[in-house]
Design a protein around this ligand. Structure first.
Ligand code: HAM
Length: 416
């Protein structure tokens, strides 16, 4: 038997219904905040991620699905979508639109990570990006959208964590202070952090292998922010208060992608185990410039759909199917059956036309197996009368309904 590829997942049955209902809610929330959908390709030139996510990140160092295509181009299956949005923004001159431009997306991403609960090699991200303004109100509104999603879906055990990682100026200064403080502990660091000490020391703060005791004694970045970054962060926090969003400042939150500046945040769930970030994001004021565009600030987040479905499952969410109408017919009423099925579909009903035919007894057994709510019998007698016989499979009541009254029949039941 050929199985699915390690780290890749099928969605089916209940899970796919949860996925679809979540997607609908996410899209509705994004659109209610005036975000417009954007679709970008799942492949990009590898250079895009090397220059945006960053050479010294786990993603670029060891997790990219990269290949050389038949013409020798270096291509990567996208590990995330923000870089693609920035590329698209520059390439299509989106700056000619009123700014901030507000975009949302949903699609597959790929990272060659070690699979575990909540972590896959192929996963879906929903995300939003607001590009072209550095107002702290936009940071707060983006977080508010993440929070609204959790509220709208009635997720429990959710909390918001926030931090600021400053700008080029103050972060460079902080990095030096951090390295000074870490120096005496260098030998205690895990192998990855020994390397990060030289390449990306901020990542040591969110390494799960390092002790809380070590981390608690390290200098905190918010104490080293320059005045502009400090004021920006304070404004974001005061807007969060105005939006009534409970949050917690987490000094170890630094995020695993290099393009962030100032605000970084995560919405975490108590129902996800160690991979507890339902969504993560932040501000990226240099990204577009570093990819060759004009200096353009931006802020956004992405949410993992598998993690969202996992939370919904653990909180016993159910999404029922639409009521099914099963059509039973006789060989010489088949044409009428096709017509009735089409009419009922045009009323928005979910209709299953029996495909095996045979006796009504056999057809009704098949209707029961499919959990139909109604069985519509189209027999010769009914055809002569210009009607059908409808059986409510739950109450077992039967009613003869004229073709012309079908709409009213189902409308009344829908409203009941
Ligand atoms: P990220 O934190 O790498 O950020 O990913 C965002 C979310 O995608 C995570 O919180 C998680 O729910 C989901 N996710 C990431 N990796 C996996 C995985 N291997 N398996 C399952 N789910 C996963 C970004 O990707 C940024 N582009 C977010 C952003 C948008 N920042 C600004 N705008």
């Amino acid at each position: 038997m050929v199985t699915s590829v390690k780290g890749f997942k099928d969605f089916y049955g209940k899970e796919v219904r949860l996925f679809k209902s979540a997607r609908k809610a996410l899209e509705e929330v994004a659109e209610s905040f005036a975000y417009e959908e954007i679709l970008t390709p799942i492949v990009e030139y590898s250079e895009l991620f090397e220059r945006s996510v960053g050479q010294d990140t786990d993603i670029v160092e060891k997790e990219m699905y990269t290949f050389i295509d038949k013409s020798g181009r270096n291509i990567t299956l996208r590990p995330e979508i923000t870089a693609s949005i920035a590329r698209s923004y520059i390439e299509h001159h989106f700056e000619t639109n009123p700014l901030p431009l507000k975009l949302y997306y949903l699609g597959p991403c790929f990272r060659y990570e070690r699979p575990q609960k909540g972590r896959f090699r192929g996963f879906y991200q929903f995300g939003i990006e607001a590009i072209g303004d550095d107002s702290p109100l936009l940071d707060a509104e983006v977080i508010y959208i993440g929070y609204t999603i959790a509220q709208r879906l009635k997720l429990k055990n959710i909390s918001v964590k926030i931090n600021s990682i400053g700008c080029r100026k103050c972060r460079a200064n902080y990095k030096e202070k951090l390295k000074e403080a870490l120096k005496p502990h260098y030998d205690e660091l895990c192998e990855d952090c020994k390397r990060r000490y030289y390449t990306n020391p901020l990542r040591i703060l969110d390494c799960k292998k390092e002790s809380a005791q070590l981390k608690n004694n390290l200098p905190k970045i918010i104490d080293y922010l320059c005045d502009d970054c400090k004021n920006h962060f304070e404004s974001v926090l005061s807007y969060l208060d105005k939006f009534n969003i409970p949050f917690e400042i987490d000094n170890t939150l630094v995020r695993g992608l290099d393009y962030y500046t100032r605000t970084v945040f995560e919405v975490v769930s108590g129902d996800l185990g160690s991979q507890n970030a339902l969504l993560g994001g932040g501000r990226y004021d240099y990204l577009i410039e570093e990819l060759g565009g004009r200096p353009t600030p931006g802020v956004g987040f992405a949410l993992g759909m598998e993690r969202l479905v996992e939370i919904m499952k653990s909180q016993n969410f159910t999404v029922g199917l639409k009521d099914l109408v099963y059509i039973a017919h006789r060989p010489n009423t088949f044409e009428k059956a096709i017509m009735v099925a089409d009419i009922l579909r045009s009323y928005g009903l979910m209709v299953f036309l029996d495909i095996k035919n045979g006796s009504f007894k056999n057809q009704i057994e098949r209707s029961v197996k499919r959990n139909a709510k109604y069985t519509v019998f189209i027999g010769e007698e009914e055809l002569k009368n210009g009607s059908v016989m409808i059986k409510n499979m739950i109450t077992k009541q039967q009613l003869e309904v004229k073709f012309n009254n079908l709409k009213d029949f189902f409308k009344e039941r829908e409203n009941a």
